[in-house]
Ligand binder design. Structure first.
Ligand SMILES: Nc1ncnc2c1ncn2[C@@H]1O[C@H](COP(=O)(O)OP(=O)(O)OP(=O)(O)O)[C@@H](O)[C@H]1O
Length: 407
């Protein structure tokens, strides 16, 4: 370039003379260590992006991950309201402290800083983007497993700058049936591709309404085309959220953490798998061994970014579910995929911070692959759906919860 001053650090041009890779990433606060940053995006405002962000954070916190929400929707902040947060963020010399929800989700939002949260934010784009960078750099997040970013709506300049400033490693797209879904998703996909960020899934919000009297589902805003659109863009995970008055009431009362709903569990499984984790499967000659309390061997797989990076078979020399739960925890296991398991064992495992996916049969490797693809559902109930031809009596669990054939 004729007018080049060789100041690549301050120049935004990506020319052939550039001496170092261009990065707009803001530096994290030195007291923060965030393992996985996930952006939640939408084509326009009001489709439920903040609601989905909140529900995903609540789900991951319930799964015992240390979870945070950075509310990057500066001009329309909704996170403090959904969680009933009125407290203002305090600061120390080291940085701004997060405002924590009643279950411990760490948050920061412009409303946590404004004196009066009805004050409008009338700022120009660069200032909005700069504020988001400060939420990353100046806030002391501490150790966080998953941070969800409630992104500014759309795919314009501000969301783009925010994406470039924060180390976003996955995107969740939120749409509604009345939007021009294909175009909106197409734009988000292209933006994600530009930045080389994987799309973890699409959520179609307000997808249908279930009649409380007859249970029939009505597509209030028109028939859904989300599956076709997901296929068109090769997005594997689709979740559909109904219009639910209880959900709206929970947000209005600031009680989103008390709301129970499993619509986003499949997506949460994918998000969970994107973190480095270890899965154990009771193992017997390639198959899922069906009696957890008598397991002698476990197949252990190590997952990074949803892919298996290591596999091993380990032998347990302990019997009974209490000792086995300790054994798995000592081996750093975060998820157990198993067949029959009793309620006592599930309690011991959950106390050890291990998630249980039970009632699984067949080839161990195939079942692990299904789990990583988000196709195995978590069953928190005790199951015992194995036959008893080997003469054992399932004495390691309470049969009142068995849904299988062991009575
Ligand atoms: N599935 C649903 N059922 C009932 N109410 C919903 C549902 N989804 C969203 N809402 C309600 O719609 C309103 C808008 O949702 P939300 O704030 O999450 O949208 P948004 O996309 O984040 O909007 P913006 O970007 O403008 O802040 C909220 O009051 C929320 O409680």
């Amino acid at each position: 370039m004729s007018d080049c001053s060789n100041g690549c650090g301050s120049c935004s041009s990506d020319c052939k003379d550039r001496t170092a890779p261009q990065s707009f990433l803001a530096e994290a606060n030195e007291l923060s260590s965030v393992k996985k940053v996930i952006g939640v995006v939408s084509g326009k405002g009001g489709v439920g992006k903040s609601l989905v962000t909140s529900l995903l954070a609540v789900t991951m916190q319930r799964r015992k991950y240390c979870t945070a929400i950075l509310d990057a929707d500066i001009t329309g902040p909704s996170i403090p309201k959904a969680f009933g947060l009125n407290e203002k963020a305090a600061g120390t010399e080291a940085g701004i402290l997060t405002v924590d929800t009643k279950t411990g989700i760490r948050t920061i939002s412009v409303n946590s800083l404004l004196e009066d949260d009805t004050d409008p934010v009338v700022w120009r784009g660069p200032i909005v983007a700069e504020t988001v960078k400060q939420f990353w750099s100046d806030v002391i997040w501490g150790d966080v497993d998953f941070m969800f970013i409630d992104m500014p709506p759309g795919t314009g300049d501000v969301p783009l700058t925010v994406f470039q400033s924060l180390p976003v490693e996955g995107i969740v797209i939120v749409t509604s049936p009345q939007e021009l879904v294909s175009m909106i998703v197409g734009k988000a996909v292209k933006m994600a591709q530009l930045m080389n960020i994987p799309i973890l899934g699409i959520v179609e919000n307000m997808s249908y309404f279930t009649c409380p009297d007859c249970g029939k589902k009505y597509p209030i805003f028109g028939e859904s085309h989300i599956e076709e659109v997901a296929e068109e863009y090769n997005i594997k995970n689709v979740a559909r959220l109904p219009i639910n008055p209880d959900l709206a009431a929970s947000v209005d009362k600031g009680m989103i953490e008390d709301f129970e709903g499993s619509w986003l569990d499949g997506l949460a499984d994918i998000i969970e798998g994107s973190l480095s984790s270890k899965i154990a499967v009771p193992y017997d000659e390639g198959q899922v061994f069906q009696h957890f309390g008598h397991t002698e061997q476990f197949e252990i797989v190590e997952i990074l970014n949803g892919k298996i990076v290591n596999k091993d078979i380990i032998t347990s020399d302990c019997g009974g579910h209490g000792a086995l739960a300790g054994f798995l925890a000592d081996n750093g296991i975060s998820t157990l995929i198993c067949g029959g398991i009793g309620s006592g064992a599930i309690t011991a495992l959950s106390q050890a911070g291990i998630k249980v996916v039970s009632g699984v049969t067949g080839d161990a490797d195939e079942q692990i692959a299904l789990y990583l693809a988000g196709k195995l559902r978590t069953s928190d109930q005790a199951t015992c759906d194995h036959d008893h031809t080997d003469g054992h009596n399932c004495s390691d669990h309470d049969h009142s919860n068995c849904k299988g054939s062991c009575h």
